[in-house]
Design a protein around this ligand. Structure first.
Ligand code: NAP
Length: 290
């Protein structure tokens, strides 16, 4: 069996094209969606992510602001900026690029963002709403994965799903969304004993552990659906410098029924869902005002 490859890039392009009309409608009503991205420090990967987010906003006709602080900026300085953005009527979404420098308390920063503008969905209030099954903002990466299931007609009800990784950003919210969709979910982590015994009985595996090409073909049931969230840069060998996922794509695509590639799978969907959350936020604010 050779798997069908889920094209995240094509779906992202389709969704972003559809956003333009919603943005134009909002702009005509004086509510152009606006995203503020706060970056602390000079981490090169974070700089690239922030640049991509800002340019995606611009391409969709949205307003965006990039706020950059040096690595030694104080926590109170960043908190003051967040408070200002919470009050700013031109801003509907606030995102603080993670990771933050060690002297800054990540929880304190994330909790300072107004839950109504928390387009990453990391605020405790929004996590609680997600747990209860009526989310306000769905974290962008798992939201993108769910959109891919919708697009490709994957019925999750009754499926055995295994999520590898339990981070607040990917693994946990992914598991919650799969639970809400009626899947039977197992969440694995670095302490899991005999990971393959879990993945081998899964109809669906989401790999979000951050280990290059870790999930091998013999860890999967033939016909499984495989979602690769990982983004890793290959350190050595003939592919040095290239990106790869957490799944051994070349071998796994011969046993899976559906698979996402890296690059071109989940990655483009993540920024797309950030735009979606910002637009939804602006629409909600407009609705509440009227
Ligand atoms: P993270 O915070 O480092 O979490 C990794 C998780 O994987 C942890 O829960 C860890 O377990 C678990 N893990 C590590 N080794 C394992 C193993 N051998 N077996 C089972 N579980 C294991 O990473 P993250 O932020 O969730 O990101 C995961 C990957 O997705 C990274 O490659 C990241 O770059 C990528 N990512 C991609 C996107 C996108 O847009 N496509 C967005 C976000 C992240 P413990 O909890 O026990 O340590």
């Amino acid at each position: 069996m050779t798997a069908q490859v889920l094209d995240g890039k094509a779906l992202a392009d389709e969704l972003r094209a559809s956003f333009k009309e919603r943005v134009a409608t909002l702009a005509a009503r004086g509510q152009r969606p606006g995203l503020a991205v706060v970056l602390v420090g000079e981490d090169p990967a974070s700089q690239v992510y922030v640049r991509n987010k800002v340019s995606a906003c611009e391409a969709a006709g949205m307003h965006s602001e990039k706020i950059v602080y040096p690595a030694d900026a104080s926590q109170s300085e960043v908190l003051a900026k967040i408070n200002e953005l919470n009050q700013d009527a031109a801003i509907h979404g606030i995102l603080v690029q993670l990771p933050l420098p060690k002297h800054i308390n990540e929880d304190a920063i994330l909790e300072a963002i107004s839950p109504a503008k928390d387009v990453d969905g990391f605020h405790a209030e929004n996590v609680g709403a997600l747990v209860q099954g009526h989310p306000r903002f769905i974290p962008c990466t798992p939201y993108g994965v769910m959109k891919m299931f919708e697009k490709y007609g994957v019925d999750l009800a009754g499926k055995e799903a295994v999520v590898i990784g339990r981070s607040n950003i990917v693994g946990k919210p992914m598991a919650l969304l799969l639970i809400a969709a009626g899947a039977t979910v197992t969440v694995c982590n670095s302490k899991t004993r005999d990971l393959a015994s879990h993945t081998r009985r899964a109809d669906l595996v989401v790999a979000a552990l951050g280990k290059p090409r870790f999930v091998k073909a013999d860890m999967l049931k033939p016909g499984a659906i495989v979602i690769d969230v990982g983004i890793n840069r290959i350190a050595e060998g003939p592919d040095a410098g290239k990106l790869c996922g957490d799944v051994d794509f070349a071998a796994v695509k011969e046993v899976a029924s559906l698979i996402t590639p890296v690059p071109g799978g989940v990655g483009p969907m993540t920024i797309t869902m950030l735009l979606a959350n910002t637009i939804e936020s602006a629409e909600r604010i407009l609705q509440e005002r009227n």
